[in-house]
Write a protein that binds this ligand. Sequence first.
Ligand code: PFF
Length: 444
Amino acid sequence: MAQRETWTSRIGFIFAAVGSAVGLGNIWSFPFQTAANGGAAFLVVYLLAVFLIGFPTMMVEFVIGRRGEQNPVAAFGKLGYGNWSFAGGLGVLSTLVTLSFYSVVGGWVLSYIVGSATGAYFGDAGAYFGSVASGPTAIAAHGIFMLVTIGIVASGVTDGIERATKFMIPAILVLLVALGAWATTLDGASAGYSYYLSPDFSVIANNFGSIVPPAMGQAFFTLSLGFSVMIAYSSYLGRDDSLPADGGAIVVVNTMVALLAGFVVFPLLFATGGAEGAGGGAGTAFIAIAGAFGQLPAGGAIGFVFFAVLLFAALSSSISLLEVPVSYVTENYGYSRSTTAVAMGLGIALIGVPATFGTSWLGFYNDVVFKLLLPISVFLLAVFVGWVADTEAVDELGRGSTIGESFTTAWLWWVRVVVPLAVVVTLYLGIDALYTGLTNGAYF
Ligand code: PFF
């Protein structure tokens, strides 16, 4: 069998993992979820979810991946617990569903880059969204986005993924800082910052049940957890790297990108109205943001940069979503990487076609992943690592790092008790919301 590729360096792994984490979730979904859930109140709960639940869960995926040294399904067998492979398989299933609609939104981003250059959304931002978000334009743009994703994954782990993310991540950071600096000059800047950064704790207390599920879902989604991606990526990792140090760097950079996106989007929205309009759903953020660019001097040029950043972020994530099923099929069935990438990419693109019919399908796909598949996956992985493969997990976490036994023990108990409990609460609230949505016709 061919030798497995590995990252060329530790920094290559960090770039790729940050690339997976930084995506539409940070720059599109994070601001609009924040707008939909009371501004700074949501931000507080989200940050707690990222650091208290997300970071320990990332360590869960890392120990399975590095110890297993296989794709996320085979890894469980290599660890000696082959009957848990379904837990990795569920993550792979989530990548298929997610990439199918992620690529549709990636296609919208392409259309907004074009619209920034031609000024097509300046007059009527809502009409422009309507014309590109569904129908033939949406299908074509979805196809182009998927082809680019396939091209990068077909080129391999080091030549494709590592090389692409080493370029895209620095570009995203530099351009977002520049956009944030520009946003300070807008009339709405101070109103935007105060909405974004001054939490009203009574809002959290009164809306706990409605803020926690999106905050937790967003924390897992933004860190690419529950998709087996971090299992796959850490399987290419050397034995002497420190998992907590690498994970810490990934979480911090990912959080910085989301926060920076807020520093661009909120002043922008408040310069031309307010944030309320942006929080209504998948499309409203595009309409509100593009609408604001359309009204500002040099808005087309700045919008172009904004949507280019969004495209890099989307691509650096979509390649990780395709890498997971591709690595599974190539390793299990021996097909070549390029054939597999093409076949799977096109198949996934077909699954996504209904999401080009209208935003309600897209919302449904999104909610099934956020509210159902992700929490179930994280729950299973936490129980597996906390209660089944606990000895191996603790050993693996300590390997290559200077953290002491008290850290690993505290982590183990956290993963055994706190993470599953938090996820069960989220799952309960999420299923309730999904059920309500299905019965009251919110989707179809
Ligand atoms: N983390 C990505 C984002 O925030 O947009 C989304 C994502 C990518 C989720 C890859 C899962 C994944 F496997």
